[in-house]
Write a protein of this length. Sequence first.
Length: 374
Amino acid sequence: METDSDAVHHHTTPEEDRAKLDEPRAILNRSGFAAAEPLFNAALRAGTDLAQVERTVAAHASRLWTEAARDGADDRPLYWARLLLTAGLRSWRPDFSVTEGEHADLLHLLETTSRGITDLRFPPGDRWIRMVVTGFDPFHLDEDPTCSNPSGAAALDMNGWTFPVGTRTAVVRTAVFPVRWADFDAGLVEEALADLHDHADAVVTLSRGRPGRFDLEMWNGLWRGGGRDNLRVSRTGRAMEHHAPEWTRSSLPHERILAEAGDGPYPVTVNTEVTEIPEGGTEEIVRPDGPTPGSTARRGGGGDYLSNEIAYRNTLLRDRSGRRIPAGHVHLPRTTAPDSALLTQVRRIVAAVASSVAETTAQDPSAEAEGSRQ
């Protein structure tokens, strides 16, 4: 007879299977993160009820995030270790009853906690400038299983960073998102960021872009162009329904970023190009200076993949919150290994956003009061 425990047993995903390759194993062994898997699986086997297992999952996921953020600069050990933990939990066969929904909740708890999403909290008080910065997992791993994603590395590098901005102190909290369409369909971006738009002072999303340059993406489009994710799944079509606008726009202080961070080793460019179908038209047209009124989105400045989509969802959350905070997307230079000079320049970009917040609230004290709501 099949029990509830048998019913929730699942095969591992293609992403989790990739973690068993020699290259990821070598990364884990060199970093010391290889110990996470056997420790977690042993703790799972020792669990005697669901509440104990929930505590186990939360503790091991939190330790994974904390240690990765403490080490900083290399996102690969966190990525591969997380996959081994989710594979162990997905294949887990408990000795007690667990429903499909409870098992899914455990997997979600592991994901959100090990990505920093559950730690996106700020201290109270008006002295703080609250900065949210997000990155992405590595991707295109079938081609190169050793590659890093500089945006994920930057998120780990900056988590918990504090620095003075005039008479105030900026504090940075970060998270790393999966390269999976299904998580975006399930509302992970909104789960992580929606409440933050009520009290954060800036929300900056990062991803890996083209070689040799930073792109400050001005326009974000609603359209998904069919790129394959880390599960080898494609999506084509509108990212959201329910009267979602075709375009959203960055509110990052582009000119200040250019002035304060544009002289680093990588050039910084404001990218206003989009691809649209004009109102009443049928053919796609590239517009160098942004969309025309009534057009249908086909590619935002950041393309038609998940980087464009997180930029779209983040700035839509800003618009729906009714607040005027800086929110937007930065494409980082494409690298496949951690780059300290790149990470330093990302910090300068984030610091430029924080200084813009400080200047704005100094000129308009009501903006500071708005930002301090908890």
